[in-house]
Design a protein around this ligand. Sequence first.
Ligand code: HEM
Length: 429
Amino acid sequence: MTEPDATPTPDASFSRRGLLGLAAAGGIGAVAGLAAGAAIASAPDATGGTPASARYPFFGEHQAGITTPAQDRLHFAAFDLAPDATRDDLASLLADWTEAAARLTQGLEVGEAGAVGGSPYAPPDDTGEALGLPASGLTITFGFGPTLFGTADGVDRFRLAARRPAALEPLPRFSGDALVPERSGGDLCIQACADDPQVAVHAIRNLSRIAFGRAMLRWSQLGFGRTSSTSTSQTTPRNLFGFKDGTANIKAEEPDAVAEHVWVSREQGPEWLVGGSYLVARRIRMIIESWDRVQLAEQEALFGRTKGEGGPMSGGGEFAAIDLAATARDGSPVIARDAHVRLAHPETNGGIRLLRRGYNFVDGNDALGRLDAGLFFLSFQNDPEHFVTVQRSLASDGLNEYLKHVGSAVFAIPPGAHEGDSIGDTLLN
Ligand code: HEM
């Protein structure tokens, strides 16, 4: 099967409005088949982003939204199942979410009647704010939290305890954590990424609406400005500290690295998760007012990279290999012992690499008049322990003085669904 992430289809005529008639005539199966079979791969636009009209197939071997070129905008949501929800409710919710996501990612409205095609005496199927907007590269990625497989006090609500992957444990406490329970955890998650914020928000809003009575929103996060590249076709963006972020990330064009570090293999198991991954989400507040008073040379030393080009302090351009052994004339390491890239580097962590896919956020300000800004860190890896290893290594990161981890969650990301199946079928059936 082809990698779904690699076949965006540019076609400006495929707006939600344009597809109203087509959807009514052929239904979602026809449209999904059209999308999955579309062979025209779009070249990224000149700025390295994806065209607003790009469409990524929803169905495939892996879920989209992982190796897909990181879009510009994010709406992430964690949900808890209703206290009285049954296993059948969970199955029906995942089936309804799959059907809606397959439509939304193709630029279609939720439900064939959509926002304005139904009865004037009933609430519309679709909330309507994305009418006329193209798919905008929307991807919708679903995940399952540890609490889906049993509550902290051991209640197996959905008869799933026996299927819980051994690796899917709540993350341990890290030094410096200042976690807020209301921004952490969740039975289920949805990551919606798009190049238009209205399209990403529309997706989460409508999926939350579909969940009504079965699951409710626990926390959510908006993100703007991707903080990583997941494709060599993209330019490297910058985080809110002003540094290029994503240079050494795993890219879709490195299939061996993706296979080795991202997708759960048969050997790792469990069987239902093969082709899936694990997602770690961390809401990291950046104390940017303090950072902005730090001298440029000190900022660069803290990262171990230059601020302009993003090259390693050991020399060379942005993509030059980092020389962790390089020493200055006085014998001190050129890349400081507490530099972020030294501590996060695979050489320091037994070869571990993560696929980072985070976003900048600014959520207003705090009572002290400081921006509530930071990095909504998202990483995909085939074992959450890989994140744990790197995060523990970062305990002595000089950057920590300017960071506060306030939200945390981990989810198993099931493999993609094949057409006609639902996300989570491999788990529930
Ligand atoms: C707000 C917090 C953070 C900021 C601002 C930040 C920023 C950066 C920057 C600018 C780079 C260098 C460019 C690049 O290769 O992407 C980098 C590299 C990296 N970061 Fe972070 N990062 C943060 C948190 C984290 C966390 C929590 C982890 C994982 C636990 C992490 C893992 C990595 C890894 C694996 C690399 C690549 C190292 C290499 O192979 O050279 N980062 N980060």
